[in-house]
Design a protein. Structure first.
Length: 177
C-alpha cells in the first residue's frame, strides 16, 4: 500500500496495478516476489520518479494493445482467485474493470459493438446468475466481446463458447427485444 501511495495509484480503481502485477511477477494480490519485482523495476529505473513516469505508458499500452491487455487480463484471473480455487468469486471477477480499448479487435479498425452498456448487462447477468466465473469463461469472454455484433444476431451457438456465454447471449437478446 505504501508503494501505491508513493506512485499515486488508487489500488481500488486503477487497472495499472494489474499491469504491474503481471509485468513484475506478482503471484497473489498484494504479494511481490523480490527477484522479479526488483528485476522488473531495474529494467525501467528503480527511482521513484522513473517508476511514476512509467505508469501512463502502461495505462496506454493496456488500452491500445490487445495482446498486452489479454496477457494482463489472463494474469489477473490467477492473481485474484483464492488459493486452490478454480474460479473467481463474482465480486472478485468484477474488480477488473475493462478499459475502453479492451474490446478492440486485432483484425479490424472498426470499433467493437460490445460497449459499456453491454458490459453493464454482462455484470447484471452475472449478478442474477450468482455463480463464480470459471477460467474458461474469463479467458473466452474477451474473444467474445471482440467478435459479437450489437444485436447478438451473428452469434454462433454451435461454436465452442462456454455455456455461461451461451446463456448470456440468450439473456441479452431477450433484453434487447
Amino acid at each position: 500500500m505504501a508503494l501505491c501511495s508513493e506512485l499515486g495509484i488508487d489500488p481500488s480503481s486503477d487497472s495499472v496495478l494489474f499491469c504491474l502485477a503481471s509485468d513484475l511477477g506478482s503471484k497473489a494480490t498484494g504479494e511481490w516476489a523480490k527477484e522479479p519485482f526488483v528485476q522488473g523495476w531495474l529494467e525501467i529505473d528503480p527511482s521513484l520518479a522513473k517508476m511514476k513516469a512509467a505508469l501512463p505508458g502502461l495505462r496506454k499500452k493496456l488500452n491500445s494493445n490487445p495482446a498486452y491487455f489479454k496477457k494482463v487480463y489472463m494474469h489477473t484471473f490467477d492473481l485474484c482467485k483464492a488459493p486452490g480455487a478454480r474460479s473467481l468469486t463474482l465480486e472478485t471477477g468484477r474488480l477488473f474493470k475493462l478499459p475502453p480499448g479492451a474490446a478492440s479487435s486485432t483484425q479490424t479498425d472498426e470499433p467493437p459493438a460490445f460497449d459499456g452498456d453491454d458490459l453493464e448487462m454482462w455484470l447484471e447477468f452475472q449478478r442474477e446468475r450468482g455463480k463464480a466465473v470459471s477460467k474458461d469463461t474469463w479467458s473466452l469472454f474477451i474473444d467474445f466481446l471482440r467478435t459479437i455484433d450489437k444485436q447478438y444476431k451473428e452469434y454462433d451457438e454451435e461454436a465452442a463458447w462456454p455455456s455461461t456465454i451461451d446463456d448470456f447471449v440468450e439473456y441479452a437478446r431477450a433484453k434487447k427485444v
